[in-house]
Design a protein around this ligand. Structure first.
Ligand code: ADP
Ligand code: MG
Length: 467
């Protein structure tokens, strides 16, 4: 690839990512090397590299392919001089867990910092222009979260505070938060809306400590009208950051300012998070994004295809391909999107119709990874851990309730999540009869509708097994 090609790609990126994202994140990239399907860019800091990789990586690859330079991977390097500058800046002692590479040198962070500042001068991360309510596909698994996000985005009087969104990786938490921010920017331009990840919150906090600018830090955050903190599980175990977060949180709630938080699990499930913070987080509305179902995945794919068919005119998509992908790639939406992106890029390169065969070839690695089978042993182990009993007890003969119930839960999950037959399951549970297994499965099915705790346990276990 020549400089000219990268120039073309940059133009495309400017169109799709928007001016702000482009200036802040794409412009600083210098193409250093392109070899063996790997494009290497030199960037001022690791922070920028990580951010670009995470947020725009797929988009960059896509446009490179379109411009005739198919790459399977992009990498970022920080030139030597700057690495030294970075190494000189160690995170503040008060928070030993602060990752060194999230603490870029001051001199080199200027563009990231400029990006991370909204017009009001408040600290925040840039928004992805594609993450809007329009592009968010609503289905059963996410309808509550979507409705709650919509409500908050109206910018009316604060009714629930905070709004706590949680769910597994790639289920749309960040998308929804950005959508709220976009909507508020148009409907309520008077409000100071700040979105940032918990990681960035910590980074700013550590930086303020180091530069002895805590007063500025506090003032900045206290002047926010709507604060969104993404992936709050990140601050678990980081005591001084938690402390500051708690104060910021309380100050804003006291002033009736809206707070929106996301995490990968429910507040009560986040380990090493102070109890007072957990209970604060639970005091508003807690909604979860469930794992996607087939219909939702298909809907998302269809929307993406509509989008792509404008870009790749004349590219044909055979019947059944989307259904196949929706069925087979059930891990997370990001993976699903990545698969489709690759498929279109590949098909446009070779100039062929996208058929099932092509999909299977081109996506073999993704399909294989999604094929992970859950085993009965894994289920037994997880369930034992969850109920705090020994694995030997799970398989053993004792029939006291405290052991028999977890055993039935494990049998139920084995029936649901594996393709094993009842007799086979019975054998793995210490050689029990298939009627015992059947009874256990029935019992849990009944309890699930009557006993809230059991229903919650099942949901939690299923999630963690699927993760
Ligand atoms: P999370 O923050 O929960 O890990 P993201 O919000 O980053 O997940 O979503 C991952 C990707 O999947 C994003 O590109 C996002 O646009 C897409 N996505 C997730 N859910 C949906 C949905 N319901 N409709 C459209 N796109 C979605
Ligand atoms: Mg996210």
């Amino acid at each position: 690839m020549t400089e000219a090609t990268w120039g073309t790609v940059k133009n495309e990126l400017q169109k799709t990512l928007g001016r702000n994202n482009y200036t802040n994140w794409i412009e600083p990239l210098v193409l250093a090397d392109l070899n063996g399907g790997v494009a290497t860019f030199s960037v001022p800091t690791n922070f920028i590299g990580n951010w670009v990789q995470r947020n725009f990586g797929e988009e960059i690859k896509h446009h490179l392919s379109k411009a005739g330079s198919a790459v399977s991977r992009i990498e970022f390097v920080v030139p030597r001089g700057e690495t030294t500058a970075m190494a000189a800046v160690t995170p503040a002692q008060s928070d030993p867990q602060a990752p060194a590479d999230e603490t870029p040198a001051r001199k080199t962070v200027s563009s990231a910092r400029a990006a991370a500042r909204s017009e009001s001068g408040l600290p925040g991360a840039p928004l992805d222009s594609r993450f809007t309510f329009d592009s968010f596909v609503v289905g059963k698994p996410n309808e509550l979260a979507h409705a709650a996000a919509k409500r908050v985005a109206e910018g009316g009087p604060v009714t629930f505070n905070p709004l706590f969104l949680y769910g597994g990786v790639g289920l749309g938490k960040t998308h929804l938060m950005h959508a709220i921010a976009h909507e508020l920017h148009t409907s309520r331009p008077d409000l100071n809306v700040v979105y940032l990840s918990a990681e960035q919150f910590m980074y700013r906090f550590v930086q303020a400590l180091r530069e002895k600018k805590m007063m500025d830090f506090k003032e900045l955050f206290r002047a926010v009208d709507v604060l969104m903190v993404d992936d709050v599980q990140f601050i678990a175990g980081k005591d001084s950051t938690q402390e500051e977060f708690f104060h910021t949180f309380n100050a804003l709630v006291d002033q009736q300012k809206q707070i929106i938080i996301s995490a990968d699990r429910a507040p009560g499930e986040i380990k090493d998070l102070e109890d007072r913070i957990k209970s604060r987080l639970q005091s508003g509305l807690v909604v979860d994004l469930h794992p996607t179902d087939y219909e939702l995945r298909l809907g998302i794919l269809q929307q993406k295809v509509d989008h792509y068919s404008q870009q790749y005119q004349g590219l044909e998509l055979a019947d059944g391909v989307l259904e196949f992908l929706a069925l087979r790639i059930s891990t997370n939406v990001r993976v699903l999107e990545g698969a489709l992106t690759r498929l279109f890029a590949f098909a446009s390169l070779v100039g062929r119709e996208i058929t099932l065969d092509l999909a299977q070839d081109c996506l073999a690695d993704i399909l294989r990874a999604s094929d992970r089978k859950i085993t009965i042993e894994e289920i037994q182990r997880k369930v034992s851990e969850h109920y705090n009993i020994r694995l030997s007890e799970m398989i053993g003969p004792r029939r006291v309730r405290t052991i028999a119930r977890p055993r039935q839960v494990a049998m139920y999950l084995s029936k649901q999540m594996t393709s094993r037959s009842l007799p086979e399951i019975g054998r793995r549970f210490g050689g029990r009869d298939h009627t015992t297994v059947m009874h256990g499965v029935k019992r849990i099915e009944e309890l699930k509708t009557q006993d809230h705790q059991i229903a919650e346990d099942l949901e939690l276990l299923r999630r963690s097994l699927e993760a």
